[in-house]
Design a binder for this molecule. Structure first.
Ligand code: F6P
Length: 327
């Protein structure tokens, strides 16, 4: 029987994602409702090591549900990957009496949580917060929907100017290891090609198809490429296309960190609230060391070690569909 969790620490870790604030709000208020003491840990694991930990009340999370970024700040912390770093972090948690943790972040953050919960007797709950959607055990991660909408909004605008000039635009979106933003934003904007890290890029096939489009005088084309594509990013692709099809007027747009900011979408606010609420209930009910996800619109709990290893699968049929719809 696990010990009763009475004092919880909440942190955001890794790359920020729109909706993290909505999730912090939900977890803080659910904790307070259940008569827990709630602490905010600033800058993720770095704040745990530096004792940047402060008590939160209901007012600390007022007026944040609509804000991007994270009021708790975030960081990627190398020191936490060392036993010495984790010892320091644990000593600080003990000082405050914190006996349960909620970590909102990506798979790197869950890896840290898993090691920490094994080493010290402290239950951890992971909440998937990353625009990349590269975590198994959940249909959505906090921030993904907003990032896709931001990318779609930008690509729609790019299409206007592409059309005015008869240009080929290569749009690079975020996603170091995962192509979901590229896939969803590419499908949503009617892109001619979508290049993602999960699939080996056949540049020859892309060139052949663009040559064929040039013959048909289809000069407005959008190619969406994930930054982590195996062939390289937008600039690399533009170079080779320029060389092989000089007839195309090509421009590259790298959307970058604009995709990480902004007010969260309705979907992100909703899933963030549900996940934050559910994470506290997991700590109360003894459902420990799991990641809280949502699958088929129902809460779904995945052991932290499984949330780390597995990635989601790209639906091959979607890629086939992209070719058909862009013909
Ligand atoms: O993990 C989210 C993400 O936005 C990736 O898509 C991107 O490659 C990376 O973070 C960028 O990280 P940073 O903000 O540290 O440059």
């Amino acid at each position: 029987m696990s010990k009763k969790v009475t004092k919880i620490g909440i942190m955001t870790s890794g790359g920020d994602a729109p909706g993290m604030n909505a999730c912090v709000r939900a977890a803080v208020r659910t904790g307070l409702f259940n008569k827990m003491e709630v602490y905010g840990i600033t800058r993720g694991y770095s704040g745990m090591i530096d004792d940047d930990i402060h008590k939160m009340d209901s007012r600390s999370v007022a007026n944040i549900i609509q804000r991007g970024g994270t009021i708790l700040k975030t960081a990627r912390c190398k020191e936490f990957m060392t036993p010495e770093g984790r010892k320091k972090a644990y000593a600080n948690l003990k000082k405050h009496g914190i006996n349960g943790l909620i970590i909102i972040g990506g798979d790197g953050s869950f890896k840290g949580a898993q090691i920490f919960s094994n080493e010290f007797d402290i239950p951890c709950i992971g909440i998937p917060g990353t625009i990349d959607k590269d975590i198994a055990g959940t249909d959505f991660t906090i921030g993904f929907d907003t990032a896709v909408n931001t990318a779609i909004d930008a690509i729609d605008k790019i299409r206007d100017t592409a059309d005015a000039h008869d240009r080929l635009f290569i749009v690079e979106v975020m996603g170091r290891d995962a192509g979901y933003i590229a896939l969803y934003s590419g499908i949503g904007t009617g892109a001619e090609h979508i290049l993602i890290p999960e699939q080996k890029t056949d540049v020859e096939a892309v060139i052949k198809s663009l040559q064929e489009k040039e013959r048909r005088k289809k000069l407005v084309n959008i190619v969406v490429v994930a930054e982590g594509d195996d062939f390289g990013g937008g600039n690399e692709l533009a170079e080779i296309i320029k060389e092989r099809i000089p007839g195309f007027d090509i421009r590259v747009a790298i959307l970058g960190h604009v995709q990480r900011g902004g007010a969260p979408s309705s979907l992100d606010r909703m899933i963030a609230s549900r996940m934050g609420y559910s994470a506290v209930n997991c700590l109360i009910e003894g459902n420990h060391n799991v990641m809280v996800g949502i699958v088929n619109n129902k809460m779904h709990y995945t052991p932290l070690d499984k949330a780390i290893k597995a990635k989601q699968r790209i639906n091959e049929d979607w890629l086939k569909m992209v070719k058909i719809l862009a013909s």
